[in-house]
Design a protein around this ligand. Structure first.
Ligand code: F6R
Length: 597
């Protein structure tokens, strides 16, 4: 959560460079934003509420600075207000900082400052930091190390000090921070996506490190102030792919990219054997598999657990990461824990991974962002190959998760049965499927949603998981309250909500479960509810008597129907959101990368 930028260079358009890069981090939070430009021994701080475009409007372009820091906020401590917006200054105006992470002991530190009569103006956890820096004795670096050693929790900081012109101090613990250097400029950022345009290489700051950045030099230290060497990483296509192209919204572009993502996965996995380490040895004596993630990634885990259990006969269960750690999970060396995350930075998932490692489980991770913390800490990484996903709603990454889980299940099956399973043909057929079949009906269906008072999504088995994901997509960006549940569960309580102002989406992709789904549809119809059946099955007319509308999606590869049936719901959520005048890229109260517990 939150995005931070630091910049030093010779360019006089420092504020423009900083703001343009800050906008690339807006997916991390957009409650408010702020910038500090360092010029002529003065800090010029400017803040505004809401999206970064508001900050842009009021900037004073007269200031000719070569150095500055900036922040886009996703509020955790303290309401959305100018006082709580970063950058934060120390009481004596000597230090200015931006922060990503959470200082867990900020209340104790606040009391320490109050005892020294130092009062704070806002309610953030961050504001204690510049003030603690200001009361330290010694050099600037000593003040920084003494301060960060006092902090519990997580942080990535960009720090300015008045006495050290044109120097940027960076520090990180448990929150990512990256820095890149050209001949005469340095850019620090919470995400290497900012380096795609101008830089060839960047440095991923290792855990518990400090960097002193001048426009032509970077020096890295550990927290004991020993100089350390950090390897540089080449900027890849992944970091360069964060543009909207001709689309108005990233969400629209990312849904359109789904067929390309499936092809990309097939290509990448054909070129590199990512499953190599998952061999007989690895699977020997495994007696249970746990799949862990949050939100959409958790839904992918539910689906993955079904795929893997069906193909391997090993007991598989999916868990919500924020619950898993507190459930006293039974994990040992005979457990495989599979972590699933688009960003690879989700704090709850990352903490579960660390717990599973301690308990000696075998670890596999499905991650999209290749340089993320989860990717780095996993023994076996299965990349999602979906390219940058910027919109806060996860769309193409979900399809990629399902597809990689499916390939993993087939791979495990072939290892356990010790026979080669020909999968390529089936996978290739899926890559040629029409993901957008009948998409022209989406507009009418979204009008029906807008006229309804209540929205339900129901299904059985895999289709219930699709119902969960369809509901999450709709509520996330349209703010319409909706309910997802297993078809069979309706009559155990929720059916009492159904009336003639209700629209119920019945998802049915499995022949053997169709009659049960249609029975649930009849129960809904008898209570006046309107029904849209979403299916790829051929159904005779007489069985459809209680259905108001059938949305058929592409029949290709029945076994992979869950990967196809979610697409109309992703399109439907975006369409409805746009009709309501909201942004599908930036839903209120949310951020793309949830790096706090
Ligand atoms: C929903 C959504 C979230 C994420 C969740 C996990 O559209 O985007 O529910 O799926 O926050 O994020 P990752 O996959 O980055 O761990």
């Amino acid at each position: 959560m939150c995005g931070i930028i630091g910049y030093i260079g010779t360019n006089e358009n420092t504020e423009e460079i900083i703001i343009n890069n800050l906008k690339k981090l807006e997916y991390r939070g957009y409650d408010s934003s702020g910038i500090c430009l360092f010029d002529n021994d003065k800090f010029y701080v400017h803040k505004s509420l809401g999206e970064i475009k508001n900050l842009n409007k009021n900037l004073n372009y007269e200031i000719k600075s070569h150095c500055g820091i900036a922040h886009t906020r996703w509020a955790t401590h303290g309401k959305v207000s100018i006082n709580n917006t970063h950058p934060h200054l120390s009481f004596d105006k000597e230090w200015c900082i931006v922060h990503n992470g959470i200082i867990e002991n900020h209340l104790d530190l606040k009391n320490e400052l109050l005892e020294k009569n130092i009062k704070l103006y806002g309610d953030t956890d961050t504001e204690v930091v510049p003030n603690i820096l200001s009361i330290q004795k010694g050099t600037i670096l000593q003040a920084i190390t003494k301060t960060i050693k006092k902090l519990d929790g997580s942080f990535a900081f960009c720090i300015l000090n008045k006495k050290s012109k044109d120097t940027l101090f960076l520090a990180r613990k448990n929150s990512p921070l990256y820095v890149a250097k050209n001949k005469d400029e340095v850019l620090a950022s919470s995400d290497p996506v900012c380096f795609g345009e101008k830089f060839e290489y960047y440095y991923s700051m290792p855990e518990k490190t400090i960097c002193v950045a001048k426009k032509d030099e970077l020096t890295f230290y550990d927290f004991e102030l020993n100089i350390i060497k950090v390897k540089k990483t080449k900027v890849s296509v992944f970091e360069k792919s964060a543009t909207k192209g001709n689309y108005n919204y990233f969400a629209e572009k990312e849904i359109d990219e789904i067929p390309y993502v499936i092809n990309n996965i097939i290509k990448s996995y054909s070129a590199t054997n990512y499953f190599k380490k998952i061999d007989c040895n690895f699977l020997q004596s495994v007696n249970n598999i746990k799949l862990i993630g949050c939100g959409t990634a958790y839904h992918a885990c539910l689906m993955g657990a079904k795929y893997i259990q069906e193909k391997t006969n090993i007991e598989c269960s999916a868990y919500i990461a924020s619950e898993f750690r507190y459930s006293n999970p039974h994990i040992d060396k005979n457990t495989i824990c599979i972590f699933c995350s688009q960003s690879g930075e989700t704090a709850d998932t990352l903490l579960c991974l660390q717990l599973a490692k301690q308990k000696k489980a075998k670890i596999i991770s499905l991650v999209n962002v290749p340089y993320s913390s989860i990717a780095k800490q996993s023994n076996i990484l299965l990349p999602l190959c979906a390219g940058m996903e910027i919109a806060v709603i996860s769309t193409k990454a979900y399809n990629a998760m399902l597809f990689v889980f499916y390939m993993l299940s087939l791979h495990m099956q072939s290892v356990l049965k010790q026979k080669k399973i020909k999968v390529t043909k089936k996978l290739k057929r899926l890559s040629k499927a029409n993901f957008f079949f009948n998409a022209n009906y989406i507009d009418d269906i979204s009008n029906i949603i807008l006229k309804s008072e209540k929205v339900f999504f129901i299904g059985k088995g895999e289709d219930y998981i699709s119902a969960l994901e369809a509901g999450l997509k709709l509520k996330e960006i349209t703010y319409i309250n909706c309910v997802s549940l297993p078809s069979g569960e309706l009559k155990h309580g929720t059916l009492s909500l159904v009336d003639n102002k209700s629209i119920v989406f019945v998802i049915a992709t499995k022949k053997e479960l169709l009659s049960k789904n249609l029975a649930s549809a009849s129960e809904i119809k008898s209570r006046g509810g309107n029904i849209i059946l979403v299916t790829n099955l051929s159904i005779d007319e007489t069985s459809l008597k209680d259905i108001d509308f059938v949305y058929y999606f592409d029949k290709t590869v029945e076994e992979c129907s869950s990967m196809l049936c979610i697409v109309p719901f992703q399109l439907l959520a975006v369409k409805t959101c746009l009709k309501l005048g909201y942004s599908p890229d930036k839903p209120r109260n949310l951020a793309k990368s949830v790096t706090v517990e």
